[in-house]
Design a protein around this ligand. Structure first.
Ligand SMILES: [Zn+2]
Length: 220
């Protein structure tokens, strides 16, 4: 993919996030891992503080591992450190989205994990989703806590904040964000009716293994 194609894809992704209510205004951010160049790891990322509704492809920045802008003009997203930490921790990750969707954020504000509830959730997201310890926005501390709680899974809730999701491709992460939000909504609704039935341990184990094999992750 050329830089131009990646920039267009990121703007289209932001439009979908906005349309689905997974972000609001300029909150949240989107990045994609690019081909390394001259020994440098490169990433395309949304700029800081520009509302999604007026975001243009030319405003998407190419940065290196040190958060330095390599191509484009402007300041990269305030949560760039969290994106870089996810790429560093997970070689299998090709795209990262930080979202502020309502139901996932509600769980994050309550400081609760999303338990493993249905098969689709486990085989797609990797199981129950943990809520990370609180960290100050835009800091390396938050980045480290997010990545630690993410572990091998596709999403993590950010305490009193929102969510972080990862995947091989941008399209996959968009679907992950949608599923995380849908599962959070289902969980909160089901809880309001009373007892919650989690998936049995033995089924969970098989499905997590399937998730890991499907995504080329170590099974031990
Ligand atoms: Zn945020």
């Amino acid at each position: 993919m050329t830089y131009e194609e990646v920039r267009n894809a990121i703007v289209a992704a932001c439009e979908r996030l906005d349309a689905e209510g997974l972000v609001a205004g300029s909150s949240g951010n989107v990045s994609v891992r690019l081909e390394p160049k001259d020994g440098q790891e490169l990433f395309a990322i949304t700029p800081s503080g520009i509302p999604y509704r007026v975001l243009e492809p030319a405003q998407i920045l190419v940065i290196n591992n040190e958060k330095e802008v390599i191509d484009g003009e402007g300041r990269p997203s305030t949560e760039t450190l969290m994106h870089l930490a996810a790429y560093r921790a997970r070689a299998d990750v090709g795209s990262v989205i930080h979202s502020h969707s309502i139901y996932a954020s509600a769980l994050a504000i309550a400081g609760e994990d999303l338990p493993p509830l249905i098969d689709e959730q486990v085989v797609t997201l990797g199981g129950g989703i943990k809520c990370a310890e609180w960290g100050m926005s835009a800091t390396e501390d938050l980045a480290q806590k997010a990545v630690a709680a993410l572990d091998f899974r596709r999403s993590v809730l950010l305490r009193s904040h929102g969510a972080l999701s990862v995947g091989k491709t941008l399209e996959e992460v968009l679907d992950v964000c949608s599923l995380l939000e849908r599962m959070s909504q289902i969980y909160i609704l089901a809880r309001s009716m009373g007892n919650i039935e989690k998936l049995p341990e033995n089924i969970l184990e098989i499905e997590i293994k399937y998730y890991k094999i499907k995504n080329g992750l170590p099974t031990e």
